[in-house]
Design a protein around this ligand. Sequence first.
Ligand code: URP
Ligand code: ZN
Ligand code: ZN
Ligand code: ZN
Length: 484
Amino acid sequence: MSTVIKGGTVVTADLSYEADVLVEGGKITEIGQNLSGNETLDATGCYIMPGGIDPHVHLEMPFMGTHSADNFESGTRAGLAGGTTMVVDFCLPAPGQSLMEALAIWQQKSGAACADYSYHMAVTWWGEQVFNEMEEVVGRGINTFKHFMAYKGALMVDDDEMFASFQRCSALGAMPLVHAENGDVVATLQQRLLAEGNNGPEAHSYSRPPEVEGEAANRAIMIADMAGVPLYIVHTSCEQAHEAIRRARQKGMRVFGEPLIQHLTLDDSEYAHPDWDHSAQRVMSPPFRNKQHQDSLWAGLQSGSLQVVATDHCAFTAEQKRFGIGDFTKIPNGTGGLEDRMPMLWTHGVRTGRLTMNEFVAVTSTNIAKILNMYPKKGAVMVGADADLVVWDPNRSKTITAKSQQSVIEYNVFEGKEVTGLPRFTLTRGKVSVEESTVKAEPGHGEFVARDSYPAVNKALSKWKEITAPRKVERKAENMPAGV
Ligand code: URP
Ligand code: ZN
Ligand code: ZN
Ligand code: ZN
């Protein structure tokens, strides 16, 4: 069985050219002119791009006394509908729980995935067991470890734990990720706001000002520098955090920043909405920011100081959000976006001239494939790469509405937004899973993508660290003060 995609323009992170793409056995086997296959997909007027990779999702996540509503099946189906062919979820051990035990739970949950997936492992507590198991986790193809600097009393780790874990990452050739918010300050501000009677969803945003994020981002960067590891900062939402990343990169550090499509296109006026449900449904951490912060994030994508656009897809139903009526600290944090990331970024990035098509491919797919050490299996239109492809129609339009979305929740934070630029076809390892508005995703088709340790950046850093390590100066007896 072979499929040929004909008549389109291949668009990668560095090239655009007219060619047919032949797919056999789930892989790209030929790129060239006048190719033929058993099945033909018409790509006339379309761009053939690497399928999107969303490196930050929480499917069926146990959080704040409940579970996020989209599971691996509905979440990956939503991704495919919007041109995303791979997701990376976070495996979250409960405090004291074995990492391997948590991994087994996540493997169970992801069995019904319709598209390929990988995991980051979270370090939610610290001890000898975690130290030891991290090596086994790396051996299973998970080379990234997430640290929450917020959610005090739940997922949060302290600086000493973070430094120990970062050093362990360095030794194992893995990369730490951080959710950068100062959890102690957030907890104090939450209590003060509640005491003052500020209990609505807008207070969520008041309790997490940009300084909370900038401080934590900077602290994580310095700790990573001391540990000699690269660092990836998830959901970078504001200028303060972006500034810390820029400064570190200018200094030569390998620090990556990941804005979300929500922070790029929605702002904090959402929390002033008169309808409680509307505001609560937009509660996530970090919260939406003002237009100046949005401009900073777009500038980061343009200049390369920010590299990846994700969603942090963590969808809760309206009913789940209502756990927080009367106390904003009990509103489950998280928003959806998996289906909308690519169309929203195309519409507000490429169609406005803020991003080139090639930059679009870089920030939605290729950059993260390289950062996570799975390129060119993923993130490439290249012979031998997985045929995770999107045939992108730049002229197809729709109005985003929860009524027709794949996510199981009953609202959408982008409700009513017009997008132009949608998949005509989405292929997951060669299987056509989306044909215009028809979604034919197959539960269980998705496979785990193992990622080796020691991406190039870690190799370079460990070499440099070895060369510059503190070394004892060996002194001869004659050079020592007499009588010692
Ligand atoms: O509010 C958010 N972002 N929820 C998901 C968990 C996290 O912090 O990424
Ligand atoms: Zn549970
Ligand atoms: Zn987070
Ligand atoms: Zn997250």
